[in-house]
Design a protein. Structure first.
Length: 318
């Protein structure tokens, strides 16, 4: 039995776009670092830069506050910055230069269903939405695109798809999108979950990795853990090798209850059965397992978050 650990990575809000000039015969010992542009607090670039056919660099920013206020920009090697497009999207990844000289990319939010979209943007800043992602079983959280030798673009979504575990899709330059593969189609998700991008090999095939699943189980958060910081006492509850827990939510037993006295409500994805359980634990006795289980007939997507609020505190009851 292994208890999974959730790793959270801090996001740097103020980022620096910089160049490193390598001097000498490829030596990393002699180099000059130069800042060519400083983003403001709302910039937050997430993806890599791509060089256009004009020799300029193109990139995206995520925006601030998750309000679809990301932007797409151009910057010269000398640091002259131009905003090509602003608003209407949340750009988690960088752009891909197409063979037609235009750039192609994805937004993880916005679009007709607020689930993101695939777009094309010209070097001068004309943006065209090629395809909108819809509700499940469509994909969710699309990543970077790669243009293959057939002229089409291929990409993955971190979540969504027929099994809720992500999918691989193909889209033509004109916007016809087709699902190529749904992950977690094999028993126990032996084919993986949460795909993380693609490359095309010299053999013409596409290669990539997944963030979870696989025959060895992959990255599963399959242990609920409680530690009393005052006494160092610990409790664990393991959900099994083919299940993954989502973020727990604490519910106080009463407003006057002592710290830690209450319930834990938590989603548990049953990967081999393509469904989710809603589990309720006594927060002081989680090692005894859930005291109630609600079987949800579908598998909820990963990454759900929430907090418990008493109905009286938000005016829902008198």
């Amino acid at each position: 039995m292994h208890c999974g650990v959730t790793h959270r990575f801090a996001v740097v809000r103020l980022l620096v776009l910089a160049t490193i000039w390598l001097c000498g015969s490829g030596s990393l010992l002699a180099q000059t670092f130069s800042t060519i542009y400083l983003f403001g607090g709302g910039g937050s670039p997430r993806g890599t830069l791509v060089e256009g056919t004009d020799g300029n660099l193109y990139g995206t920013t995520y925006g601030a506050g998750g309000k679809n206020n990301g932007m797409i920009f151009k910057i010269t090697p000398g640091g002259t910055f131009t905003t090509l497009h602003a608003g209407g999207g949340t750009f988690q990844v960088g752009l891909t230069l197409g063979t037609d000289g235009n750039f192609y990319g994805t937004s993880v939010a916005g679009g007709t269903s607020a689930h993101g979209y695939v777009f094309r943007i010209t070097p001068s800043g004309t943006l065209t939405t090629l395809s909108n992602f819809g509700p499940l079983p469509d994909g969710y959280l699309p990543g970077t695109l790669v243009q293959a030798s057939d002229g089409n673009f291929y990409g993955t979504t971190l979540q969504g798809g027929a099994n809720g575990a992500g999918m691989l899709f193909r889209i033509t330059p004109s916007g016809t999108r087709t699902t190529v593969y749904n992950f977690c189609s094999l028993g126990g998700c032996a084919d993986g979950t949460a795909p993380l991008g693609l490359i095309q090999g010299s053999d013409g095939n596409l290669y990539g990795v997944t963030g979870g699943g696989g025959s060895a189980g992959g990255f599963l958060m399959n242990c609920l853990f409680h530690k009393d910081l005052a006494t160092s006492a610990e409790q664990h509850w393991w959900c099994g090798p083919l299940s993954s827990l989502q973020e727990p939510c604490f519910i106080p037993r009463t407003k006057a209850a002592q710290e830690g006295d209450g319930w834990i409500v938590q989603l548990c994805n049953r990967l081999d059965e393509h469904r989710t359980d809603l589990l309720l634990f006594d927060a002081l006795a989680i090692a005894e397992g859930p005291i109630a289980t609600i079987n949800i007939p579908i598998r909820m997507r990963f990454g759900l978050h929430g907090n418990w609020v008493d109905a009286a505190d938000i005016g829902l009851v008198a």
